[in-house]
Each structure stands twice: as C-alpha cells, then as structure tokens.
Design a protein around this ligand. Sequence first.
Ligand code: GLN
Length: 494
Amino acid sequence: MTASDRTVTECAAAIAAGDVSSVAVTEAALARVAALDGKLNSHLHVDADGALATARQIDRDRAAGRALGPLAGVPISLKDNIAATGMPMTAGSRILQGYQPPFDATVTARLKAAGAVLLGKTNLDEFAMGSSSESSAFGPVRNPWDLGRVPGGSSGGSAAAVAAGLVPGALGTDTGGSIRQPAALCGIVGLKPGYGRVSRYGAVAYASSLDQIGPLTRTVRDAARLLQVIGGADPRDSTCSHAPMPDLEAALTGEVRGLRLGVPREYLQDAQGLDPAVRAAVQGAIQVLRELGAEIVEVSLPHTRLCIATYYLIATAEASANLARYDGVRFGHRAALRSGDGIDDLYASSRGEGFGAEVKRRILLGTFALSAGYHDAYYKKACQVRRLIHDELLAALRTCDALLGPTSPVPAWPIGGKSGNPLEMYLMDVFTLSANLAGLPGLAVPLPLHPSGLPIGLQLLGRPMDEATLLRIGDAYTRASGTDLLRPTLGDAP
Ligand code: GLN
C-alpha cells in the first residue's frame, strides 16, 4: 500500500501499530505534493518543516509509549480561510496577501491536540464565494479526474488534494455547498455539519448565519473521525451548540433497516437542469438503499425553487457586513496614498485593488439588499422565505430520518465554462443551499462514475444536529456500492 492510498483512519491505525512512521507518511505526502501540485494548484502554502517537526514528535511519543490522539501522525490540510499560527492566511484574496494570523482557529487547535500533522493551506474561491475555485486570486484549482475541468468550489483545493491522495483528509467551509459540491465533483466524501456543531472561531466569516466548517475525506468513517475531533461546544463561539456529540464511529453499524428516507420530487423527477445520468445514478443509489432495508418514500419541497434567490440575498447581505473589516487599515493590502488623499480614498483604493470581481459584485448586491429603501423588499423578504424553506424541510424530516437527492446537478465542467456567467454558476448550488438556509447537516458521498468517467455525488440531508444518521446511511451505501474506492489515475506519482 502506498502512502497515498491510506485513508485517515487507516493511516492513524498504521502509525499507532508501528507499521509505518508519521515521518514516512508525511514525507510521502510532501513528495506527492511536489510531484502533482504544480498541475493541481490545490495548495497555497505547504509547511514542510512544521509538518515534519510534528511528525517526528508523534514518532517520539509513540516510541516512548505515550498516549496518541485519534489523528496522531496523520497529514491534514486546512482550507485557507481557517487560521493556523505560523502559516499565512489569504482566503484566496489579494487583500489578505501577507497576513499571518496570530492565533489558531478552534478547529486547528483541536486537530493539533488530536495529533494531526498540519501539512498546509488549500486554495479556494476568493472569500469562499464561488462554486468552481476559479475566483481565487492565486489561480484556479484543477480537477484530478480531468485537469481541464474545475474541481467545484469553494473548497476545491481541499477536495482536489484529497481526491489526488496528497493528503487523506482536509477541512473546508460550507456556506451554500462549498464542502459537499466539490466533494461530489472530485469523487470524495464531504460533510457539512449542522449549524452550530463546529466552532467558527478563527474562520474567515463569509455569511455568519450560514457558515460551517467540516471535513473532506475519502471515506465516511474518516469524516466521522474528523467531525468527532473538531466538533462540540466552544466558549469562543457563542453560536456553537452545547448539544452533546454522540460517538460518530459507533453509529457506523452498516445497518439502515428501519430508516425512512424521503426523496423530494423537486430534487429528482421534477428537478430542472438535472443531468439525466445523474438522475439515473441517484435512482440506482435509492435501489441500493432499498435492498439494504431502508424504506423509501416520496416527499415534496415546493419552496426549493426559491432557494437560490433567497440564499444569494442573505449570503451577499451578510458578506457586505462581514467584509467591511477589510479596509486597508486593519488587515492586509493597503493602497499607496497620493497627495491629497483622505481616509475614504484609502478605503476605496485598497478595496478596489484588493478584492476580485466576484467579491465586489457580492458586496454591491448585499449592500443594495440592505439599503434603507430596499431592505423590506429584498433582505426582509428573503428572511421570511428562509423561514418557509426551513419549516418545510423540518416538516419532511418529522416523517423521514433523512432526505436524499443529487449533490450537484451536473459533473465537473471545463475550466472557464461558466465563469463568464455568474447566474449560471449560482444555479449549480440548487440542491445544496437548503441545508445552510435551514441549518441542517448535509453529507455528500460518491455515486458510481458518470458515463463521461467523471465523479458525481449523492446528498443526504438530516435532522438538526443528526450527523450520526447521515454518516450511518452514507457509510452503508458507499461500502455496499464500492464508491468509497474510486480513485483518479494520475500517472506514476509517488
Ligand atoms: N457557491 C456558493 C456561493 O458562492 C456557496 C459557497 C460556499 O459554500 N462557501 O456563495
């Protein structure tokens, strides 16, 4: 078994058993980054020295018989909107170029405490705004299944890195689908935990009523292991829930008998823009789950058609408030002043030079939606519709243990294919937005490959904070269908 084949849990077990050292695993990951990342552009920063120092410490701890954490010695990368001391954090934006956070995000601190080897920071759409990872100021990420295609976004660097075996696991953030959609387009597992499950302390805020941090991995078991480590109450994030975290790996019983799974007709038969082969693959997954003993029922979510408009009003409104802090004074890029310039000129030119086109578009949209004359017509109305979407999903989840459908309506598209048309890009989020609007957990797991040879994903939505049931279903499905074993061919990299 080569280093790049091991999953998070296999890697942790092999290191704990002394079958392989953390230094060997870390060196193999670094070699694979060196061989492949010139093409993929998945990482914005690689901390080789820091990673090897941690790996050596884990190997010493093991030799000394000290207790090892659940991720001891395992290389993990962080989306570059999550703070880690000693590494730069850009959020994919020129405006934060050169910024070094002086503290660890709570998730970073928890990964370190669990023994993880933090390998580096992954590329993303600027400020996590996008569905293709093309809006990064540092160049697009490429899909390891086809280098001419996008990996999805905005956590495209994390997804590409895991799919290509550079690291067995990574963290991403999901405001409207940014963990689940790139996971689907890269053929891996992505989990957006329920709102409040994971502390956002130290994550760059995009839309605070929607943002969550979560894992991208190759297997459902790995996602369970990572959420167990990063989740749970945090005094530094008052939006973080005190709900107890169950033992997530213990929930992976392989048993789905007795579960009632709802298939919203708006996600399948009546879904607009859904690729027919994606629809057929979801129907195949439904058949697998039925054969495993789950009860499948049809449900209806008529407000689904309002999700895109609602989300793009709320997310941009919150973004316009959150991004006000990047003013050229407190963080990052500061424009050169000309004589006679005042403070407003400094703000305008720093922001004009620092932000990319999509981020500017969203700040303008959000500022408009919140402005005095339009607030009631746009922002307030969107909040009211959000409540309807929430209530409708919760009603469906009172009679069903989980809902299922496609993650993305189509497989990965060519680089540049949608970047000239923002509305076409926004339509890619049609199935993922509802989980964020309603605060529910969502899990993407790989389906069998699309006839084009590209990966596609099944999405499961669960009751508030019930990641355990989603992980149980996703684990049973992927193991029964073998879709946890799909790997791109990438030549003979180490
Ligand atoms: N594609 C969505 C957006 O552009 C979601 C992004 C995300 O989840 N961060 O806003």
